[in-house]
Design a protein around this ligand. Structure first.
Ligand code: SF4
Length: 413
């Protein structure tokens, strides 16, 4: 029912806990009858495990320069649907992975289709957020992907039951920030422990959390007062299979970024299957994802086919299936540093890509009623994927936690 809004950092620069967000604040910032100020939760050590692009983690990385001397972090946006399919098509345990169409080398990504239990199928597309074309819409790429015969044959005659989207942290070891700072740690996908070569992050995040818990537990059992930097976490992490696994796959993402899906994929196949990642070189990708967009004048406009309502759908009906719910009368939780940038800079330069990269239709450029245009934020639709916080070319959008427990409710997802 409440979210951590920010870290408590004392005058000595030590993290002492978190403060939850204020409840009962109206859209205009005034206090409603049920106003309740945020609470401080203090601890000897505070572990931040917010998932990809945590809103507090982002500030901690900046505050403690945890990413100094590392490659910029890289991200993808994953879009996923759950389908119930006819029993005669169901093959429990079947896994299908693919790359390529409808994406390409300048706008890469890959897809998956898993047959789960009870006639359910999970299908999804991950679009690399280093994509170049500002006209690209990850949501619409996903919708047209499902019309490819390789996927369509699994889904035809079925019913879509759920939809969701979430960014993933995929820069791997080269982009992994320092994970410890005075009074706490940044763990799991908040730091970036996902193994992109396997497209798997649960086992690595869990191991990271286990190491962090053991290190904190040991420190407290040794009588620590808290507030120090648990450097022994770094040693324990580097001695673990988690570090070895991330080291082995460190070139996977940079190879795809630099050589494209085909040649990068071939490079990765040789490196991973023949050398098992034990190679003397390390590839880097030093361009942040938000800097990868080309100006709209240099890009090809993409006309997406209309959804057919059977295999492909529109954004609003998809958001409905994510069970997203936000209290209406609350401050907008997508904060613009400069409200002029979307219309004055992003629109002429990049055709305001927020209208397309957001998988929930939150951002629109609309008529302002006096012959001009206005940037509209439909914050109630937000599925908390964090893509805008990552991909906005001007780095002008900051996602903050909305009031209460608002957001998507993914259930079986
Ligand atoms: S507003 Fe941002 S965080 Fe919310 S769904 Fe759209 S891109 Fe994702």
């Amino acid at each position: 029912g409440f979210a951590a809004q920010e870290a408590i950092i004392d005058d000595d620069g030590v993290v002492r806990g978190i403060v939850t967000n204020d409840l009962g604040v109206a859209r205009d910032g005034s206090h409603k009858d049920d106003y309740y100020p945020g609470m401080e939760l203090r601890a000897k050590y505070t572990l931040f495990a917010e998932g990809c692009r945590g809103h507090i983690g982002k500030r901690l990385i900046s505050r403690y320069e945890l990413d100094k001397d590392r490659d910029p972090q890289h991200y993808g946006i994953g879009l996923k649907e759950l389908w119930e399919i006819p029993a005669d098509k169901h093959e429990p345990g079947l896994v299908v992975h693919g790359a390529g169409w409808p994406l390409n080398d300048d706008n890469p990504g890959g897809w998956f289709l898993y047959h789960l239990e009870d006639n359910m199928v999970s299908v999804g597309l991950i679009v690399d957020l280093s994509y170049e074309n500002p006209y690209l819409s990850p949501f619409d790429e996903f919708q047209r992907l499902k019309h490819h015969p390789v996927l369509a044959k699994h889904l035809e005659g079925g019913k879509r039951v759920s939809y969701g989207a979430r960014a993933i942290t995929k820069g791997g070891l080269n982009a992994l920030p320092k994970m410890v700072f005075p009074g706490g740690m940044l763990i799991g996908c908040d730091a970036g422990t996902l193994n992109f070569a396997k497209i798997k992050g649960s086992h690595t995040a869990m191991k990271c959390g286990m190491i962090a818990a053991e290190v904190c537990g040991d420190a407290i059992m040794d009588g620590a007062e808290g507030g120090d930097t648990l450097e022994r976490f770094t040693t324990a992490f580097e001695d673990s299979w988690l570090f070895a696994e991330l080291k082995q796959s460190r070139n996977f993402g940079p190879a795809i970024h630099k050589m494209g899906a085909f040649f990068g994929g071939a490079f990765n196949f040789i490196e991973q299957s023949i050398f098992r990642g034990h190679v003397p070189w390390t590839l880097h990708d030093r361009q942040p994802d938000h800097a990868a967009l080309k100006p709209a004048s240099e890009a090809t406009r993409i006309e997406y086919p209309k959804p057919d309502g059977k295999l492909s759908f529109d954004k609003l009906s998809s958001v409905f299936l994510s069970s997203t719910n936000h209290e209406e009368d609350q401050p907008v939780h997508l904060v613009l540093s400069d409200t002029r940038i979307p219309i004055e800079h992003n629109l002429p330069t990049y055709a305001e890509p927020a209208q397309r990269y957001c998988p929930a239709g939150v951002y629109e450029v609309v008529d302002d009623g006096s012959g001009g245009q206005r940037f509209q934020i439909n914050a109630q639709n937000c599925v908390h994927c964090k893509t805008c916080d990552i991909k906005d070319p001007s780095q002008n959008i900051t996602w903050v936690a909305p009031a209460g427990g608002g957001g998507p409710n993914y259930g079986a997802m």
